[in-house]
Design a protein around this ligand. Structure first.
Ligand code: ATP
Ligand code: MG
Length: 413
């Protein structure tokens, strides 16, 4: 357990407050996993928490929280929340049922019912090393079941992101969704459209960069969630051509899952570029039919696809910039004569673009001979590289035959 988290619990207790570990850290510790972060719930108000810790900052509008800093580690301390309030100035509900602001403080008994899944509503009490469980979360945890607290449809309407969390935790923990928790998702999936695009980007990355991206993808497709996150990709998947697009995204995810398993780094832009590649190609073809040359067509297609995508999921500029580069570099792999291959090799996105090319070749979307050439080119010595990029002999031998013919002609008079 994080020493800093223990420190926070003890300090709050000493100051006369109740404080518990809650949420993912308790759930994960019970499974023997190392928690990603440690969250604390307390009956102290954010201002009271701030008085206990020097190294503390208050953040958030939708939920007011205290962050306690220990070097690079942040312990998040949240005051118990309540859903009942006579004075609703601190709680605001959108007409579609979504909670917009939720700052009503309460007791632990109130706080429990605000949480999403029963296994996320277990409170660890360091005073007596016990776990407090109001919702049957321990039984569900033992059985490996994700069950929403309360009426599932209502809870999804309050916050549609809970549908994505259901998928993320099912995949991460290897748990299954309780029937009642699962059922409304098919129908309510379109509610994701009402979620701010920035929040969806974070959630999406968490799902796909978890090391089990392929499972998350399949589950999201199954529940009809994927098409609300990546409408253009979903459209391509449904109109698949000799099996190609479906394989491509799945392969990209398999690849990145494997990299994570091997302890290698994965970048969001690579996956995002893979998700939208088929759409970019489609749009580029259309541009070319309209008369653009290939390079211009791909630039326009990239802009078009990206601006449509960021309506559902806002992707940071630096990420879209890299996606664009990976796409456009694909065209340059075709040019293998003269100085161009050397310049491409020195491009900061070369490695990612080359991996992308391999993936395309693997799934039938690019000439495998081109991919093999680039593999060989990188490993080649300077002399070999020069040889590989020399203009083909053909023109030389053509010139030779021409000269020869001329000679024969002149010989013949
Ligand atoms: P992990 O940190 O591994 O992603 P987690 O369960 O800790 O999983 P957090 O997003 O850190 O997830 O949230 C901490 C806790 O806050 C959750 O366990 C849950 O109890 C509560 N919570 C978070 N998001 C929601 C939500 N959208 N609706 C209801 N409760 C939530
Ligand atoms: Mg957490």
């Amino acid at each position: 357990m994080s020493k800093n988290a223990v420190n926070v619990l003890n300090k709050l207790n000493k100051a006369g407050y109740d404080a518990y570990l809650v949420g993912g850290c308790v759930r994960d510790l019970l499974l023997g996993y190392e928690p990603k972060d440690f969250d604390v719930a307390t009956d102290a108000s954010p201002e009271q928490v701030k008085k206990v810790f020097r190294n503390c900052r208050l953040i958030g509008r939708r939920f007011r929280l205290a962050h306690v800093f220990f070097g690079r580690e942040i312990i998040e301390v949240a005051t118990f929340r309540s859903s009942n309030s006579d004075d609703n100035k601190d709680q605001k509900v959108h007409e579609d049922g979504r909670l917009l602001r939720d700052n009503v403080f309460g007791s632990i008994e109130d706080d429990v019912w605000r949480r999403d899944f029963t296994v996320n509503a277990l409170y660890y009490n360091i005073r007596d090393f016990s776990i407090i469980d109001y919702t049957g979360g321990m039984d569900d945890h033992t059985a490996g079941i994700l069950k929403l607290i309360g009426d599932p449809a209502t809870r999804y309407r309050e916050d549609p992101v809970r549908m994505l969390r259901a998928v993320r935790f099912a995949v991460k923990l290897g748990f299954s969704l309780d029937q009642a928790t699962e059922k409304p998702i098919f129908e309510l999936a379109p509610l994701l459209k009402g979620i701010p695009a920035a929040r969806l980007y974070d959630e999406t990355l968490k799902m796909f960069l978890s090391g089990k991206g392929i499972q998350a993808f399949e589950m999201l497709r199954h529940y009809g969630l994927f098409k609300n996150l990546f409408p253009q990709s979903d459209h391509c998947l449904n109109s698949e051509q000799n099996n190609f697009p479906r394989i491509f995204i799945a392969k990209a995810l398999e690849n990145s899952d494997k990299r994570i398993a091997d302890g290698k780094s994965v970048t969001p832009y690579f996956l995002m570029a893979a998700f939208l590649w088929e759409a970019v190609q489609g749009a580029a073809k259309e541009q070319m039919r309209g008369g653009d040359d290939e390079s211009i067509a791909y630039q326009h297609a990239a802009s078009k696809v990206l601006s449509a995508q960021v309506k559902s999921i806002s992707i940071p500029k630096r990420v879209t910039q890299s996606m664009r580069e990976v796409w456009l570099l694909q065209l340059r792999f075709e040019k293998r004569i003269g100085g161009r291959p050397f310049r491409l090799l020195g491009h900061p996105r070369f490695r990612a673009a080359y991996d992308f090319l391999l993936l395309r070749a693997e799934t039938g979307g690019a000439d495998s001979k081109v991919a093999e050439w680039w593999t060989k080119f990188q490993e080649a010595s300077d002399a070999e590289q020069k040889k590989m990029t020399r203009p083909p002999r053909k023109s030389k031998s053509k010139a030779k035959t021409k000269a020869k013919n001329k000679k024969i002609k002149s010989d013949n008079g």
